[in-house]
Design a protein around this ligand. Sequence first.
Ligand code: UT7
Length: 330
Amino acid sequence: MSKITAAITAIGGYVPDYVLTNQILETLVETNDEWITSRTGIKERRILKEDGKGTSYLAIKAAQNLIDKSGIDPKEIDLVIVATATPDMKAAATAAYTATQIGAINAFSFDLEAACSSFLYGMSVASSYIVSGKYKKILLIGADKNSSMINYKDRATCIIFGDGAGAALFEPNEEGYGLKDELLKSDGSGRDFLQATYGGSSYPSTPEAVAEGKHYIFQEGKTVFKNAVFNMADVTIKILERNNLKNEDIDWLVAHQANKRIVEATANRIELNEEKVMMNIHKYGNTTSATLPLLLHDYESQLKKGDKLVFAAFGGGFTWGSIYLTWAYN
Ligand code: UT7
């Protein structure tokens, strides 16, 4: 019997209609299009504006897009994972609601939270379940409504984040395509530099905390930037080395879209040509758990069976890692 690998067999994506441009941000905080573009590469982001709609709304739309495109029967899905840093609610899994709404009535479901590395870690989880032989169809959705935790008076964060979702279906593959190797890391000393302090179990929300904006996300951008640049490149180089991959062997770098300069630094360290670097940060900003699947969604038509993809992510926690995967379909 041939060895089973876990391959991505379908992709979906969704971003909300409302476009928050740099020009609009210029009216909210002291910033300008030139600064944002040169320091981050971002021109605009999408925001989910409607009241009462949370991350599940984005996740359901992305999953529905995947279902419509692939023709898969949702009743055949065994597991739905929603990778997110912004669940709909506490104590009620966003994934459970999402699964029910898309008709995945035979699936179990759970959320996976590892900040901007949530989808990357989710790829490892989905793949391990498939390779174990326990489950055959796993829907991994990366979705975040970042606007729910952004202070639109804080120019250190409001220029960066956007809302969106992407979905990937993982299935067994007998031709050897799919996830080949992974290197996942975390370091809890990093949480001082990127967090939303109030609203969790350590510091539940109080009227005073909310009045002072302490429930919003805060980051010490420079420290996060330095750690992201070093660590994303470090794990990517290690993944290449231990799989005997030279830069000319790689077809695509699929890197978390936190800042164009961070992605470029990783690409430069492995001497990869610009045209092999997936990039969509200019139109969506940093969508946290959704950046990797939204890249796959945007570039899907250019991907060919056998293409070698190297994923990299870095985020709050700190959490980071790299995954090497071969593409399974044309
Ligand atoms: O997904 C993972 C989580 N997040 C990240 O990976 C983000 C990592 N960090 C970054 O992307 C960058 O650090 C930022 C984009 C957040 C900031 O860029 P930077 O090049 O590190 O800028 P800085 O914070 O060092 O600020 C440089 C200057 C400062 O002015 P002075 O002190 O040099 O006069 C800031 O006050 O730019 C000023 N500045 C701004 N100016 C216009 C800071 N933010 C803004 C702004 N518009 N939005």
